[in-house]
Design a protein around this ligand. Structure first.
Ligand code: SAM
Length: 422
């Protein structure tokens, strides 16, 4: 491929949030550029072609000044330069076209419900930071190089100014850490320090110092080499009827998550005799609201910490119609199928890799309805095609802006079993 700069016109968005142009009949991915723009750029690579912008010859009306001084370098928010209306339009276009191109599911097959918007900044209540040269930082924009961060306006107001002072107080132990996770819930802040080796007294002392300085309310030390986590303070934060910890999963955008939970419960609308199977349940974000309507919810989650939190809530609130199973989702489904167990409804909320096999699972468990919560449109498209091939027709799709200022979006899709299917 040529080393000389070339002119490119950006035609559309890629699934990964870059602009796509065509050069000599091939697609070129141009990070930082958007449809409607004309750039001078240098093309790199021989397989997948990527281009680095050298100069903008014409910019799109949707381009704006980023609201963060680190926007050019930090990989945390890749769409700060895209205005909010275009972000929404583009996210819808990416999900709808991915369903069509990868899943063979045209938009005429389902109803697209109104996009659920987020406040633009200050919404992220969890973060994963990495030690970098005596500071804490995020991965860089186009590389795995780390970018030191003192403050981050994408985080909630309680977390925003924490990275700088937290790195200072942890200075003596930063070299022992793989990463630091932050979580705000219920007005409290907790951190987990993920250690390359086992926890030692100096790590506990650093955690206590962070509490004494009023930076965090609790810290948990998690050793990569195994062993039980060591807590300094009560790291299980109560909020929205749940308990959350920084070393377990929690949805990043609290206000939009509340709308996501409401929508999932409304779409599933389990009746008082319905038995629900929920896979990838986390700490029970959907489980407890569903259990208020259903006969029972069987919730499967692989992370022990999350299951322990969910079980603690069930005990605390005397919820008797939920059962949490700590195991791999596929293995549990295999067991249920072997036992000829039946469920009325299936909810899945898998990680980015998706839920390969979900169509067969739904068919064998004879569920009448599947609701799929997806953070990756390509995985959703692949799994939606599999559900369709097992007689589950998509009925509606709704997008939730859990991650404003990035190309990421949460998609929820409902599927109903064909009348004719077994
Ligand atoms: C996107 S999160 C959703 C969690 C929860 N539904 C929520 O809304 O907070 C996906 C969850 O799946 C869990 N997980 C990942 N792989 C799994 C597997 N193979 N079997 C069961 N759970 C898994 C993760 O630990 C994580 O809690």
């Amino acid at each position: 491929m040529t080393d000389a700069p070339v002119e490119l016109r950006i035609e559309r968005w890629s699934k990964t949030g870059e602009g796509i142009a065509t050069f000599q009949g091939r697609a070129v991915f141009v990070a930082g550029a958007m449809p409607g723009e004309h750039v001078r750029a240098r093309i790199q690579g021989d397989g997948v072609l990527r281009a680095e912008v050298l100069e903008f010859l014409a910019t799109a009306p949707a381009r704006r000044a980023p609201a963060c001084p680190l926007a050019d370098r930090c990989g945390g928010c890749d769409w700060l330069h895209v205005d909010d209306a275009e972000q929404r339009r583009a996210k819808e276009a990416i999900v709808v076209s991915t369903l069509e191109r990868l899943g063979g599911i045209p938009s005429t097959d389902y109803a697209l419900e109104p996009f659920v918007v987020s406040q633009p900044m200050g919404t992220r209540r969890r973060a994963v930071l990495h030690p970098v040269k005596g500071a804490l930082g995020f991965f860089g924009r186009r590389s795995h190089e780390l970018v030191a961060v003192q403050r981050c306006p994408a985080l909630t107001p309680k977390l925003e100014a924490l990275p700088g002072p937290l790195a200072d107080v942890l200075a003596g132990v930063l070299k022992d850490l793989r990463e630091v996770r932050l979580l705000e819930a219920g007005g409290l802040v907790a951190a987990s320090l993920h250690l390359k080796d086992r926890a030692r007294p100096k790590h506990e002392a650093a955690a206590q110092a962070a509490r004494d300085r009023g930076l965090v309310d609790a810290v948990v030390l998690v050793a990569e080499t195994g062993g039980p986590p060591v807590s300094v303070g009560d790291v299980a934060l109560p909020d929205d009827g749940l308990l959350s910890r920084p070393d377990g999963f929690a949805q990043a955008n609290r206000p939009v998550n509340a709308q996501l939970v409401d929508a999932v419960v409304a779409w599933m609308a389990p009746g008082a005799s319905d038995e629900v199977l929920e896979l990838y349940a986390g700490n029970g974000n959907f489980t407890f609201p569903l259990a208020r309507q259903a006969r029972s919810v069987t919730a499967v989650e692989s992370t022990p910490v999350s299951v322990a939190l969910a079980q603690a809530v069930a005990r605390r609130d005397a919820v008797s119609n939920v059962r949490f199973v700590q195991a791999d989702a596929a293995a549990v489904v295999k067991g249920f199928v072997a036992e000829h167990k039946r469920f009325d409804q299936l909810l899945v909320d898998p990680p980015r890799a998706g839920c390969a096999g979900v169509g067969g699972w739904a068919a064998r468990l004879l569920v009448r309805q599947v609701v799929y919560v997806a953070c990756d449109p390509a995985s959703l498209a692949r799994d939606a095609a599999e559900l369709a091939s097992h007689g589950y027709r998509p009925s509606k799709l709704r997008l939730f802006d859990l991650f404003p200022q990035t190309h990421h979006v949460e998609a929820v899709m409902a599927f109903a079993r064909d009348q004719g299917a077994a």
